[in-house]
Design a protein around this ligand. Sequence first.
Ligand code: SAM
Length: 271
Amino acid sequence: MLTGVPKTALGVARIRAGESRRPDRLFDDPFAAAFVAAMPDAYSPQTERSDAAELIRTRIALQVVVRTKFYDDYLLAAAADGIRQIVLLAAGLDTRAFRLPWPDGTTVFEVDLPETTSFKNNVLAGLSPQPTTTRQVVVADLTADWPTTLTAADFDVSQPTAWLIEGLLVYLSHDDAARLLGAVAELSAPGSRLSCEQGRGVQQLQQMAAARSAAGASEAVALWQGGIEDVSGWLDRHGWTTEKHDLGALAETYGRGTAIESSSGFVIARR
Ligand SMILES: C[S@@+](CC[C@H](N)C(=O)[O-])C[C@H]1O[C@@H](n2cnc3c(N)ncnc32)[C@H](O)[C@@H]1O
């Protein structure tokens, strides 16, 4: 059973399962529904139904759908450009190793905590899906010495890597997030890329939730520690060249809403 931050991966799967059922879906995650079904009582139907809670839930769902599509495209573009080493940090219930069309010779590393990894592998074992690439599952705590565990799992520090840090940084303290990004840089050969969330959006929602006494509106919100507010600026100061992509603009491009107020989005960094 998943609890705490690992359980947030199930919340993401729930949103991906919903998106996969839409006729106009932006992606198809055929395994997401199985994760949700494996823990059917994960979310109590008595969760708060205030406007603030509803706003937070809608915004989180939009962000997850947009980011999933955005990061799918980011990773496939990196693969098309010849990068064969993909590392999903805090992979959670990410199924890109099964659902994306990877070029031959690609390895997808999935790094996450033991509880999340065993929940995922237990559910997948019941479905026996075939990965579309070499899949390396790495059990590690990203606030500890994870680089040693990753390199022991055949990660090649001399090869360029496409890193993805999806849905994690906000659950880390500023110092843990900075240490994580510093370690990623040390493991990044020239030609590497990194993508992750950017901006103040989550902090604004957190303040809004607190202001309306709705901090318990979303289990996930209560677990946020803030991460790094301006990740793009941090990366620029630490040897990366970054580009920012606005959540609202992407949502509009993908046909999911217009004029969404947002000061958050995603960053793609190169070095
Ligand atoms: C919101 S989920 C995102 C999962 C996945 N990236 C996605 O978007 O589908 C957050 C993930 O972070 C993982 N996580 C949290 N703290 C971690 C840590 N210290 N080390 C490794 N993984 C961690 C959790 O287990 C969970 O899978």
